[in-house]
Design a protein around this ligand. Sequence first.
Ligand code: NAP
Length: 273
Amino acid sequence: MQQKKLAFIGAGNMSRSIISGLIKSGYAKENILAANPSTPKLDGLKAEFGIHTTQSNDEACQFADAIVLAVKPQIMGDMCGELQKNNDLSGKLFLSIAAGLPVARLQEMLGGEYPVVRIMPNTPSLLGKGMSGMYADSTVSEADRQYVDDVMNSVGETVWVNEEAGINGVIAAAGSSPAYFFLFLQNMQEEAMNMGFDKEQSRLMVQQAMLGAAEMVCNNPDLELSELRAQVTSKGGTTAEAVNTFINEGLKDIVSKSMRAAVARADEMAKQL
Ligand SMILES: NC(=O)c1ccc[n+]([C@@H]2O[C@H](COP(=O)([O-])OP(=O)(O)OC[C@H]3O[C@@H](n4cnc5c(N)ncnc54)[C@H](OP(=O)(O)O)[C@@H]3O)[C@@H](O)[C@H]2O)c1
């Protein structure tokens, strides 16, 4: 991985996860800096990872070749306004993990057509099992794309979208989708309880089945999901009966409608920022 000087502006949960992933992947701690207004998170990062820390975003900017914009979307405008007022931003690469802010809007906030990669990570990134969707326009070089890909690979997998609108599809498929699985599991847990199992037994059964199923999917990349399902579904058996009930009751349509609702909401929210 290229070793740029990398600063994180905003030292919250997502920054912490990426920093942790980078250090585990062998990124030099001397090349990482985190900036945050309050000190407790900075003290924790310094103690755990030995990285540089500062309460000054300007100092972060001066340190860095690449800057992760990791504050809440609502304060991004003010924060970038200060950055551009106090610093020369030319030659710097920006990585934005803020939900809903398009590249053009970020460039406007930064006051120039600086290279910006827009990243949509998801919450399992906090465990190193993330899925990030990324978009960059032509201002970002191939080498910088590769760099950002390597950074985000330290907390999980990555996909690039060719059109920025594709980021909303990433939100529907990966950003929001852990919650779909939680809902499905919750319903299964409740039904197991209706069948007489206690809460803990019910949870254990459904979560362990999910974990095993996820590993089977990940360990068999060449098998279509439908083939995997066929392999565990004997004709006329119990699994077939349950699966056919899902299909006949319109699961596919429910999934499609739900994912489209997520995309529509992402479109709406982007207009409000
Ligand atoms: N967490 C996720 O799963 C997830 C997923 C996708 C995208 N994101 C995006 O990632 C970004 C960060 O999310 P997060 O979950 O890490 O949020 P977070 O834990 O709230 O972190 C945001 C950090 O920004 C700091 N901050 C506030 N004002 C600042 C300023 N002017 N300059 C520098 N730092 C400032 C906050 O410091 P104080 O606490 O001291 O105020 C806080 O430590 C957000 O834009 C979010 O949309 C998060």
